[in-house]
Ligand binder design. Structure first.
Ligand SMILES: [Zn+2]
Length: 286
């Protein structure tokens, strides 16, 4: 009313420019950005793993667990046949190979272990650790988190830290279960290896075992006291674990916590407790 056509045209042009300007800015980060995909296996031997995960809604449960992460883009959790036991993060997709899941299942002991570690924990622990380790790579990349030290070690620490938030009993089961998976790859108390095998981007299985146990012991000396008493974690290392955990806690609080939806994160423990029992019962039956 009363505006000259030229003024209206100018206002419209300004409005369009404003919209375009906004559209080219990075999308706003938000929670509930996790997607998932069960790719049909190429190798028929992996069909039971695919079926069991799908029926047990394993990726849906992981999606729910990771939903508090605030991201600008969706992150997809995928299980697929790859031709090798591997897992990786690339372009907003985490791929965990059926071959790796098969390896974890194959390495599980025939029955429960002493110290309160069930056969199911030796499967659930490493699987959770793999997904969380890859989530760490995704988080570092998508949120541009600076990483001091080796990214592979940082990803293991991230995974251990998140597992320690599950509540005491579950944290202990998942930490020991995932440590078990690295520990069984240790050849014995003395090692002779070609020097090149120490040049990899990952720490050796023995180091990964000690590292995860150290973070756990550093977080809770009482809950993980037996890890030192039984000699799984040497005393010399155990002495510095509180400091190692403090460093990790500081980094996670400072760098990662601002990207976590605290209201959804409050449900984290409950979500895990509700979803893990069915999977544990399933694994115990095999
Ligand atoms: Zn990695």
């Amino acid at each position: 009313m009363g505006h000259k056509p030229a003024a209206i045209a100018a206002a419209m042009a300004a409005a369009i420019l404003w919209t375009v300007g906004n559209a080219s800015a990075a999308p706003k980060s938000k929670p509930n950005q996790i997607k998932y995909e069960y790719v049909s296996p190429k190798d028929p031997a992996h069909q039971p793993i695919h079926d069991q995960m799908k029926q047990g809604r394993a990726l849906e449960h992981l999606q729910e667990l990771l939903s508090p992460l605030r991201l600008s883009y969706p992150l997809t959790l995928k299980v697929a046949g790859c031709g090798a036991a591997n897992a990786w993060y690339d372009d907003e997709v985490i791929t965990v190979c059926y071959e790796m899941l098969a390896d974890i299942l194959k390495s599980a002991p025939p029955q429960d272990l002493p110290g309160g570690l069930s056969r199911a924990d030796t499967v659930l622990g490493p699987i959770l650790a793999v997904f969380l380790h890859e989530t760490a790579h995704a988080v570092f990349n998508m949120l541009q988190i600076p990483v001091l030290g080796r990214e592979e070690d940082a990803a293991d620490q991230f995974a251990a830290y998140v597992m320690l938030r599950l509540g005491k009993d579950e944290a202990r089961r998942m930490i020991l279960g995932s440590a078990y998976h690295h520990a069984i790859q240790m050849p014995g108390t003395h090692v002779t290896v070609p020097i090149q095998s120490l040049s990899g981007e990952h720490s050796t299985p023995a180091q990964r075992t000690f590292n995860i146990l150290c973070v756990a012991y550093g977080a809770d000396k009482t809950l993980f006291a037996d890890v030192v008493e039984r000699g799984f974690l040497p005393k010399d290392r155990a002495e510095v674990c509180a400091r190692e955990y403090d460093d990790l806690n500081f980094a996670m609080t400072k760098l990662i916590k601002p990207h976590i939806d605290q209201r959804l994160a409050g449900k984290f423990h409950g979500t895990w407790a509700r979803t893990v029992n069915a999977r544990r019962a399933n694994l115990a039956r095999r």
